[in-house]
Write a protein that binds this ligand. Structure first.
Ligand code: GLY
Ligand code: MN
Ligand code: MN
Length: 447
């Protein structure tokens, strides 16, 4: 099969699966638009990144496009609204499919110029009982829907009825996106490999005296040269105490001998994210205190990895990591025991204040409910892991300088993050092409 035939097979199966869910909900019209273009300054735009839901269902990467799915008693129809061909604009900005070619290349039933969206939508919405939209997620699309429904309602005296119910279409797609198919896992494995290589490059090039942004440049170079258009999120390159700022983004300080460097960076490839953190000594050699804290975080990660398996619930890896970290904090005199009390009173949160993982997919913090959606108003249980789900496992420890802390631990910030695919037996870490043990990291840096 040609790549395009594979894309059509994949995305049309997803559109069919969504249509089947719509019919279960009583049928109607689904409207899913790609992301708006965003102005950066004056006449310069941010690089365009399509909407993940739209891309999941279409594979179409041009801006100004909307997918409409009609699923009712008459059957199912998919319509793509996209930009028309335009010789002059194509000279300036590049190729556009245009509706005719887009219909063929993306396997749609129909494709229409996006300029006709406002004229067509009231016709499509007439006499439907449900409309499936991204609810309250974008003021422009909310306003468009109001406009279209207004036009349908205006025809009430001719006996035409407007949809009465809006249903959140994203919640239906979330459940599909949460479980990755073989193609998605293949892309995610490739993204993970590129990111791992970039982290290796960072370990090999880092020297005291370099700026954090110089190391960031090495990461970006490795992403780009392997075909990644951009990072999956803003890279964190945090030397010394900057590692204790969880979302440090300046990446502007000079790296100092004797300190650690925390790098949280991952590339996006073909619409899928990878997300890796490694922490290593600027000099290439851990101090005893740094090594003790590093090995504690690694042991916490090992415990979380073992807890990541089908049937375990989402919080079990976090609970396993917290247990190991808290015991280590007590052993090193950072907090008071006993263990169970230190956990129940959340004493460990002074040094470990975030969760141990999140779903990973097209978005770095990917979609999908973390709890089971029940109708009861009691606390909903955490969701059980299933093969094909992908999540990060990223424990850490962040020790800011303080009078009550042994100075040898001051300004140590460590996180170790890998990407895990849940398998039938347990989980597979797809980001381990970059070393994680003290011995292997020191060996790579010495080479
Ligand atoms: N890089 C974002 C995160 O680790 O959640
Ligand atoms: Mn992460
Ligand atoms: Mn990360």
């Amino acid at each position: 099969m040609t790549p395009n035939a594979q894309l059509i097979e994949r995305t049309s199966a997803r559109r069919k699966a969504l249509a089947a869910q719509m019919i279960e909900h009583g049928g109607g019209i689904a409207i899913i638009s790609t992301a708006p273009e965003a102005l950066r300054n004056r006449d310069t735009e941010y690089p365009f990144r399509w909407d993940s839901y739209f891309y999941y269902l279409t594979g179409f990467t041009e801006p100004q496009a909307t997918l409409v799915i009609r699923a009712d008693s008459q059957g199912v129809e998919t319509i793509l609204f996209c930009r028309e061909k335009n010789q002059e604009r194509e000279i300036w900005d590049g190729y556009r499919y245009g509706p005719q070619q887009a219909q063929l290349s993306f396997g749609m039933d129909r494709a229409l110029p996006v300029d006709q969206l406002n004229a067509e939508m009231p016709k499509l919405l007439a006499n439907q009982s449900n409309v499936f939209v991204a609810m309250a997620s974008n003021p422009t699309t909310d306003m468009q829907l109001q406009l279209w429904l207004g036009e349908v309602r205006a025809q009430a005296r001719s006996g035409i009825s407007a949809p009465r119910n809006t249903i959140d279409v994203l919640a239906l797609i979330d459940e599909m996106r949460l479980r990755k198919d073989a193609h998605e896992l293949g892309v995610m494995r490739r993204a993970a490999k590129i990111s791992a290589q970039a982290h290796c490059r960072a370990m090999q090039t880092t020297r005291a005296g370099m700026h954090e942004y110089e190391v960031e440049a090495e990461l970006l170079y490795e992403f780009k040269r392997h075909g990644s258009p951009f990072p999956a999120y803003g890279s964190i390159v945090a030397g010394g105490r900057n590692a204790c700022v969880l979302h440090y983004r300046e990446n502007s300080d000079r790296l100092v001998d004797g300190s650690l460097l925390l790098i949280d960076a991952g590339c996006e490839l073909e619409g899928y994210a990878s997300d890796i953190t490694r922490t290593f000594p600027v000099s290439g050699k851990f101090s005893a205190a740094q090594q003790a804290m590093y090995e504690l975080v690694l042991a916490a990660q090992d415990a979380a990895v073992k807890a990541t398996k089908p049937g375990a619930h989402f919080m079990q890896p976090h609970e396993a990591a917290v247990r190991v970290l808290t015991q280590g904090m007590i052993d090193h005199g950072l907090i008071q025991g006993p263990l169970d009390e230190a956990i129940s009173t959340e004493r460990y949160k002074r040094f470990y204040m975030h969760r141990t993982g999140h779903w990973l997919g097209m978005d770095v913090h990917d979609c999908g409910d973390y709890r089971v959606q029940t109708s009861s108003d009691t606390e909903k249980p955490w969701r059980a892991l299933e093969p094909g789900m992908v999540l990060t496992i990223e424990p850490g420890i962040y020790i800011q300088a303080a009078a009550d802390i042994d100075p040898k631990f001051h300004d140590i910030g460590i996180r170790i993050e890998d990407d895990a695919v849940v398998t039938s037996q347990g989980c597979e870490l797809i980001t381990r092409d970059v070393p994680v043990s003290v011995r292997e990291i020191e060996a790579l840096m010495q080479r």
